[in-house]
Design a protein around this ligand. Structure first.
Ligand code: BEZ
Length: 258
């Protein structure tokens, strides 16, 4: 099982990836957290959304695989554990498991293990509400990166090791793990990036730094970013404002442990 080459730089993420938490609002609405409920934020990152959930009166616990991100979450007062979503240490402890923009970092062959862990973490009747990248997520960005990185001997798709399923595919996986799926849908969500004309450069440096760092020569790395940006310019950059929009597609669902 291959895990993503992504490495998390919390400063870079806070400066250029903050919108990820802001766009979690629809999933939070679907979760509808209640005061006193025990909720696990699976893939809590630096805890910005976890803290918002805690502000509703629910009792939050975070879990993430990145020590750097966990330090950020703990600095916000979030109780959080270091663990992969494929090896969670919980047993029937939570009324709900929530996850935003994390599950797609688990490769396809590891998804059943992650879903089994989440199922086990819930009490019977507990709910699992999540949003993740869906089928064809960031397709243009991924295609451009594949083309630019291939001459460096790098397979961008294999190294990203991400999983962007259709709704039918993920329903099958959820049901195989024992969940009842109450709602699941694909939602195209073109997402304006911060940073004006530098939006795509900053996105690549925030979310593809792990694979880009495999290019040892700094000048060649910089050129790879510039070449990727140039390929994407006619597709994802507004010619009037110079602002960038990323071709995000979400998969959002509500499932119940039976
Ligand atoms: C996503 O939320 O879909 C995503 C974010 C960063 C990199 C790849 C995917």
């Amino acid at each position: 099982m291959t895990f993503s080459a992504q490495t998390w730089d919390t400063t870079q993420y806070a400066a250029h990836g903050r919108y990820v938490a802001a766009y979690g609002a629809a999933a939070v609405d679907l979760l509808a957290p209640q005061p006193g409920e025990r909720i696990l934020d699976a893939g809590c990152g630096d805890g910005v959304l976890t803290a918002q959930l805690a502000a509703t009166g629910a009792i939050l616990r975070g879990v993430d695989v990145s020590p750097a991100m966990l330090a950020g979450a703990r600095a916000r007062g979030i109780e959080a554990d270091e663990a992969s979503l494929t090896a969670l240490p919980y047993d029937s402890e939570f009324d709900a498991v929530f996850s935003n923009a994390a599950l797609h970092w688990i490769p396809a062959d590891a998804q059943p293990a992650a879903l089994a862990c989440i199922y086990r973490a819930l009490r019977p009747g507990g709910r699992f509400v999540a949003e993740m990248g869906g089928f064809a997520n960031i397709a243009a960005i991924r295609a451009a990166l594949s083309v630019v990185l291939a001459p460096h001997g790098l397979d961008a798709e294999a190294l990203a090791a991400s999983f962007y399923p259709t709704a039918d595919h993920y329903r099958t996986l959820l049901e195989a793990a024992g969940f009842t799926v109450n709602q699941i849908e694909i939602i195209p969500r073109p997402t304006p990036l911060p940073d004006g004309p530098d939006g795509m450069t900053k996105w690549l440096e925030t979310f593809r730094n792990g694979v880009l760092d495999l290019i040892p020569n700094p000048a060649a790395r910089k050129q790879a970013v510039a070449d990727t940006v140039a390929l994407l310019k006619p597709i994802l950059q507004d010619t009037q404002t110079q602002n960038w929009t990323a071709d995000y597609i979400r998969l959002r669902f509500h499932a119940t442990r039976t």
